[in-house]
Design a binder for this molecule. Structure first.
Ligand code: PLP
Length: 472
């Protein structure tokens, strides 16, 4: 170590001296002492590391009490902020897995306070005055909406698939097409889940084509289940063939083997009525005679994270009794959000307006065009060399592995680089408070109004105005 470095180290203020600076005395009245000490130590460690690495200018870092205590205050504000925070999704991907998937309806949010902030009949039968089941709160309405024989819910769809396989096929064989051995984002892979469930996977067919006879050939006394998996975020096109569910169901009933489909997204409405590509609604899937279906509560359904299992009563009863269920069970806040979301589905015309995921997916181009013009008006005229901007046509996506190849025509605010590059603009928007998450395509920053909420338009406009003022 050089002598200069040594003398710099000696100049670093001590914790005790920092604690009695006016700036830190003030924050100590607001923040707990251990947190203030944590911030001090982080700043001092940073300064030591900087000096040690020689990453300092001629005159060295500013080690005055004032400068260091100010840095501590800034750090304190940073580390005391909550980690999980709201942001603005301008990506146009409606069910965005990294951004929290579905937004809950207002009517759902209103229920959190009374039910979450008080005791409830979560597992209490009010008629009998004794212990009840948490599943009753959604069982009846799920049956009513889908005509399923029985229903249950767990923590998420991955859990729904796992517990269903474990219950029905542990120690036995599960037949599945090679074209459906998919990986869904976030490390959910059918072969891995199968292994964890204790079932033996029997792959049939090829990547692009699987025939009914492929399934039939491997059926043996060990066969416990025929499984179909929605390929969600990928699609095989061209020379491809899958066995329709109805054929699998016939085969299964001929051999007395249950058939299950992991639908992934699962929806209750026919999106083609709203100008979107059709995804078979759960009711239609069940009507084909499948024994069990599983799907997520927070993808196309637009509810909270949860896994829904529908199907034959005897199978659902067996799943309920599986000890794994205790580990995978749904939490009460989730349950109330799910029940309230399902209640909205009783009237489809209300559901497509009030459930944000449905509203965003079904919003027609014409209305998005008007929304984009409102955004443009809020921005107004900008004198800046940082970028230029205009409205352009483009596409949004339903996301969440749903409706894999479908694109929804939308209207986007496009920022064309000037002094600022598209990547620096994207990063700057992302660092805003609240963060605005945009897309970069062909060196342009795109803000899709489909996923920007009405109340957020003003904020987005302000963000763009602020971006116009920054100096590189
Ligand atoms: C998304 C998905 C899952 C996982 O569902 P989570 O609710 O995220 O646990 C499983 N299978 C398929 C086909 C999916 O699309």
């Amino acid at each position: 170590m050089t002598n200069e470095n040594k003398s710099l180290f000696a100049k670093i203020p001590s914790v005790d001296r920092l604690l009695i600076t006016p700036a830190l005395e003030e924050v100590l009245t607001v923040y707990p002492r251990p947190l203030v000490l944590k911030a001090i130590n982080q700043i001092l460690d940073g300064l030591r590391a900087k000096i040690k690495s020689g990453d300092v200018t001629e005159e060295g870092p500013d080690l005055s009490l004032e400068s260091v205590s100010n840095q501590v205050v800034t750090r304190l504000e940073l580390i005391s902020r909550p980690s999980l925070k709201p942001l603005i999704n301008a990506t146009g991907i409606v069910v965005h897995t990294n951004l929290g998937r579905s937004i809950l309806a207002d009517r759902v949010l209103k229920k959190f306070k009374p039910v979450g902030g008080g005791y409830s009949n979560l597992e209490y039968d009010l008629d009998q005055g004794k212990r009840g089941s948490r599943y009753v709160h959604v069982e009846e309405i799920l049956k009513e909406l889908t005509s399923a024989e029985a229903a249950m819910v767990v923590n998420n769809n991955a859990a729904a698939v796992l517990i269903s396989l474990e219950t029905l096929a542990k120690g036995g064989e599960v037949v599945v097409s090679r074209g459906q051995l998919v990986e869904i984002g976030g490390s959910f892979r059918i072969p891995d889940v199968m292994r964890k469930s204790g079932a033996k996977m029997v792959e049939v067919g090829t990547t692009n084509k699987t025939h009914l006879r492929d399934y039939e050939e491997v059926i043996s006394p060990e066969t416990a289940l025929l499984l179909k998996v929605h390929t969600s975020n990928y699609q095989i096109v061209g020379f491809a063939e899958e066995v329709p569910l109805s054929e699998l169901v016939k085969l299964g009933s001929r051999y007395g083997i249950p058939v299950m489909e992991d639908l992934g997204s699962g929806c209750f409405i026919d999106f083609s009525k709203y100008g979107v590509v059709k995804e078979p609604p759960v009711q239609e899937v069940l009507a084909q005679g499948v024994d069990l279906v599983t799907f997520s509560g927070d993808k196309l359904l637009g509810g909270p994270q949860s896994g829904i299992i529908l199907g034959r009563k005897n199978l659902i009863e067996a799943i309920k009794k599986n000890p794994l269920n205790r580990a995978l069970r749904i939490d009460k806040l989730t349950l109330l959000a799910l029940e309230e979301t399902l209640r909205i589905y009783r009237d489809e015309s209300i559901a497509v307006k009030d459930i944000p995921t449905l509203r965003m997916i079904c919003e027609p181009y014409k209305s998005l065009k008007k929304k984009a013009e409102r955004l443009l008006k809020l921005i107004g005229k900008l004198e800046t060399k940082n970028f230029s901007f205009e409205l352009v046509d483009g596409n949004s996506r339903p996301g969440g592995g749903a409706l894999p190849l479908s694109e929804l025509p939308s209207r986007l605010l496009c920022l064309v680089p000037g002094k600022l590059s598209s990547h620096s603009m994207e990063a700057w928007l992302r660092s805003y408070d609240p963060p605005v998450i945009a897309r970069v395509e062909n060196e342009r920053v795109l803000l899709d109004v489909r996923t920007i909420q009405e109340r957020e338009l003003k904020i987005v406009a302000q963000t763009v105005k602020d971006l116009a003022l920054i100096r590189k």
